[in-house]
Design a protein around this ligand. Structure first.
Ligand code: ATP
Length: 274
C-alpha cells in the first residue's frame, strides 16, 4: 500500500500573536480551548466534551495558522492533513488513512510528552460532503471512519484528541458532521477588514527593510478584499521589486505594484523560475 504522504505535519511553534486580524475568531477559539482544558470539571458536571471545532471561511485567511496556534496554546502535539489525501481509487484506503491519522496523533503526543494532540484536517468537505439520496460513494467509508474516530474521543482519554477542521463550503457538509457531539463549535474566519489587513502586513514586514516613507495604512486601504495569504504575497513581491531596482529599501511604489500583481493573480517570478 501507498505510504501516507502528508503535506504539512509539523509542530512548528506558532502563537495567536503571529496571526493578524481575526480578532473574533481568535477570541472564540481561545474560549473554546480554555473550556476544553478544564477536563476535570467538565467530567464532574457530566458535560459532553468538545470533540471538534470547525473553521469556516475563504482560502488563505489563516485557518491553518489558527489550528497550529490552538495546538501551541494547549501544549498539544500537532498533526495536519487535508481531505484530498483521503480520496483514493481503492475502497477502504481512505478509511485506513483516517485510522492512521488518529493513531499518529496519539503516538506523536506520547513521543513529545504531551497530554493532548490537535488533528487538523483542511478541506474537510472533500471527505465530509453531503451524501445525497442514499447514494453510496466510494469515500463514504472514509467519512464513516472519521465519525467513528470522533465518537471514540473521550474526555478521560490520554492523550486527549481535538479535531480542528477547515472548509470554505460549510453548506456542503454532511449533517452527520454537524450533529451535536461532532463539530460542536463553528468559527467563522472571514477576509480581514482594514485593521486586520494592516496588522497582517505589519507581521509580514518584520524581516523586511521598509523605507520610512512607506504607509502600511495606505497599503491596507489599497488591498481591499485581500486574504492574509495575498497580503503575504504583496510584501514578498514588493521586496522583489525593490531588489530588482537595486535599492536598499522597499518603497511605497513597490507595494502598489505588488498589489496590482497579486490582484491580477500572475504567477510570481519566484514560482516560475523554481
Ligand atoms: P486554505 O483554506 O487555502 O488552506 P487557510 O485559511 O488555511 O487557507 P493559511 O494556510 O493559514 O490559510 O494561510 C496561508 C498563509 O497566508 C500563511 O502561511 C500566512 O503566511 C498567510 N496568512 C494568512 N492569514 C494570515 C493572518 N491572519 N495573519 C498572518 N498571515 C496570514
Amino acid at each position: 500500500p501507498q505510504k501516507n504522504k502528508r503535506k504539512i505535519a509539523t509542530s512548528n511553534k506558532l502563537t495567536f500573536d503571529q496571526i493578524g486580524g481575526q480578532e473574533s475568531a481568535k477570541q472564540e477559539l481561545r474560549e473554546a480551548l480554555d473550556f476544553m482544558v478544564r477536563h476535570e470539571e467538565i467530567k464532574k458536571f457530566g458535560i459532553r466534551p468538545i470533540k471538534g471545532i470547525l473553521l469556516t471561511g475563504p482560502p488563505g485567511t489563516g485557518k491553518t495558522l489558527l489550528a497550529k496556534a490552538a495546538a501551541q496554546y494547549t501544549n498539544s502535539a500537532f498533526v495536519a492533513s487535508s481531505g484530498s489525501e483521503f480520496v483514493e481509487m481503492y475502497i477502504g484506503v481512505g478509511a485506513s488513512r483516517i485510522r492512521e491519522l488518529f493513531r499518529e496523533a496519539k503516538t506523536r503526543a506520547t513521543k513529545e510528552n504531551k497530554e493532548s494532540a490537535v488533528i487538523f484536517i483542511d478541506e474537510i468537505d472533500v471527505i465530509g460532503g453531503k451524501r445525497e439520496g442514499g447514494q453510496q460513494r466510494e469515500y463514504d467509508q472514509t467519512l464513516n471512519q472519521l465519525l467513528t474516530e470522533m465518537d471514540g474521543i473521550y474526555t478521560s482519554d490520554s492523550p486527549r484528541i481535538l479535531l480542528v477542521a477547515a472548509t470554505n463550503r460549510k453548506e456542503m457538509l454532511d449533517s452527520a458532521l454537524l450533529r451535536p457531539g461532532r463539530f460542536d463549535r463553528h468559527i467563522q474566519v472571514d477576509l480581514p477588514d482594514k485593521r486586520g489587513r494592516r496588522h497582517i502586513l505589519e507581521l509580514h514586514a518584520v524581516n523586511k527593510p521598509l523605507s520610512k516613507d512607506v504607509s502600511l495604512d495606505k497599503v491596507a486601504d489599497e488591498s481591499y478584499g485581500f486574504s492574509g495569504a495575498q497580503l503575504e504575497s504583496v510584501m514578498n513581491e514588493a521586496a522583489i521589486y525593490a531588489m530588482r531596482d537595486e535599492l536598499d529599501e522597499i518603497e511605497q511604489g513597490h507595494l502598489s505594484l505588488a498589489i496590482d500583481k497579486v490582484m491580477l493573480g500572475e504567477k510570481t517570478d519566484r514560482e516560475s523560475t523554481e
